[in-house]
Ligand binder design. Structure first.
Ligand code: ZN
Length: 253
């Protein structure tokens, strides 16, 4: 079973009437519902900024396969020790899906190592999200392009490292373009950034967005495999990986 935690800042959701109207259960609640509909085998829970340790203390992170992160106005209120714990869990294999304004979260910036700034405008532009990697697992079941009738414009230059895979590119009425779906490998963990999700539009009620997020969770979940040491550089004796076969095994043996 994939264990998923949807982390929400939950500030606009409580304080801005228009956002509360669109997301009566919070944006994290809507995102969790989208995932539960599409991932019946997943255990999807939520956590918010106002909880002790932002809902990520104790053994929560150790028992999370994929963490989704939506934040905007309170990035600086996220405790550094929680940021460090999330960062370390990603390097150890936890998947991380960073949404919309989460591009400036401490967690994302620490994993990218760049400013993660971008250009933006709130002007109800139409956004067309183009699938530019149709064979990528995150593009599964998606059309060549889909439309958000009105959304906040995010535009290049987006100051991120060159993504390991680029799955979506968005265009806006104003002519801007933006790398809206970016994959990164960090240590043993997989990170996906997906830009749709401004709080004053019902983005997280759209089935196509649910499809993207469900695909992203499947892609980012730890795949298992080699037990690789992270967080240390062990001194390695010659032949430490032995015993290995010293002769070819015969196919007819
Ligand atoms: Zn926004």
């Amino acid at each position: 079973m994939t264990r998923v935690v949807v982390w929400g800042e939950n500030v606009h959701d409580r304080e801005v009437p228009r956002v509360r109207e669109i997301y009566p259960d919070g944006m994290h609640g809507a995102i969790a519902d989208l995932l539960r509909e599409r991932l019946p085998d997943a255990d999807v829970t939520t956590a918010t900024l106002d909880q002790p340790s932002h809902g990520l203390g104790g053994d929560v992170l150790a028992n999370t396969d994929v963490l989704l992160w939506w934040g905007h106005v309170a990035h600086e209120d996220v405790a550094d020790e929680v940021v460090r714990a999330v960062h370390d869990r990603v390097l150890a294999g936890m998947g991380l899906v960073v949404l919309h304004s989460g591009h400036l979260s401490k967690v994302f910036r620490s994993l990218m190592g760049t400013s993660c700034h971008l250009r933006w405008r709130e002007s109800d532009d139409r956004e067309v999200v183009w699938t530019v990697a149709p064979t990528h697992p995150i593009a599964r079941g998606l059309p060549p392009a889909f439309v958000l009738p009105a959304h906040e414009t995010y535009s290049e230059f987006f100051d991120i490292p060159v993504p390991d895979d680029l799955v979506f590119v968005s265009g806006f009425t104003g002519g801007e373009v933006f790398r809206s779906g970016c994959c990164f490998n960090r240590g043993l963990g997989r990170v996906f950034y997906f830009s749709p999700g401004h709080e004053t539009y019902p983005v997280y009620h759209q089935p196509v967005i649910g499809q993207v997020l469900a695909n992203a969770v499947r892609w980012a979940a730890p795949a298992g495999g080699a037990d690789v040491a992270v967080g240390s550089s062990p001194e390695s004796a010659t032949g430490w990986y032995e015993p290995v076969p010293t002769t070819w095994e015969r196919a007819d043996a």
